[in-house]
Design a protein around this ligand. Structure first.
Ligand SMILES: [Zn+2]
Length: 244
């Protein structure tokens, strides 16, 4: 293979490794962001549940007070009943007692319903607290892992950058400029192999036969007429081996 072409392939491989590192860190960072978002949602849910619990507790306390007052009235009415002389008074107090009993029954039901609601809310809050603790643990692990990966990546990246500088110094400026321009405009691959069929693996279009032959015979510096990517023939292709 033409030496210059092989250097460009080398520099592309280094650039791909650098990109992989960058993507890996970005993905880890996104995972942290997702966990943080989930944590925020769960905390908001818990706040709402706590507010609901407070409301229910207030309602339960009020029902308890009403029950007490009902019971107090009942005692008084029963005492009054003993002193009653006329039928009319007796009937009136009987009615009041009955009404009070109905009211007390309603209040008891209400109080019971409050208790049940409270119990269910406390259950939900306990569950969400557990979830929050788990997410917080997970987040702390992820942050530690991210720091480690970041440090690790910095070292690996430095190695690649040094290697890149060394390869870069061997590539002719004109070629390097083409590589950088294509990389910027098209992304990877900036240097694309050509298939046995004569198709560019950058755009999957066929090269004109003459150009393909020229490439096979010398693996010269050539750009795809369609996508502008730098072209090369992989050494493993039989044509390259046979025709060279
Ligand atoms: Zn192409």
């Amino acid at each position: 293979m033409n030496e210059q072409i092989s250097f460009i392939v080398d520099i592309q491989n280094i650039d791909l490794e650098l990109l992989k590192l960058e993507k890996m860190l970005k993905e880890k960072f996104k995972e942290i962001e997702r966990a943080e978002h989930l944590l925020g949602t769960k905390k908001t849910d818990m706040e709402k549940l706590n507010e609901e619990l407070m409301e229910i507790s207030k309602k339960a306390d009020a029902a308890e007070l009403d029950i007490k007052s009902c019971e107090g009235k009942m005692i008084k009415m029963k005492d009054t009943q003993k002193l009653i002389k006329t039928n009319k008074e007796y009937n009136a107090i009987q009615k009041s007692i009955k009404d009070n009993e109905i009211l007390k029954k309603q209040l008891d039901d209400e109080s019971l319903a409050c208790m049940e609601d409270k119990e269910s809310l406390v259950g939900k809050i306990t569950a969400i607290q557990k979830e929050i603790a788990e997410i917080e643990n997970d987040l702390s692990d992820r942050n530690i892992e991210y720091k480690e990966k970041e440090e690790e990546s910095t070292v690996i990246e430095k190695g690649f950058i040094d290697k890149r500088e060394s390869v870069k110094s061997k590539i002719k400026n004109d070629y390097l400029n083409v590589y950088e321009t294509v990389r910027k405009n098209k992304g990877f691959p900036a240097i694309a192999s050509v298939m046995e069929s004569g198709a560019c693996t950058g755009c999957y279009r066929m090269l004109p036969p003459q150009q393909f032959n020229e490439l096979i015979s010398g693996n010269v510096f050539m750009q795809c007429p369609i996508c502008s990517r730098i072209l090369y023939i992989e050494a493993s292709l039989p044509e390259a081996a046979g025709l060279k």
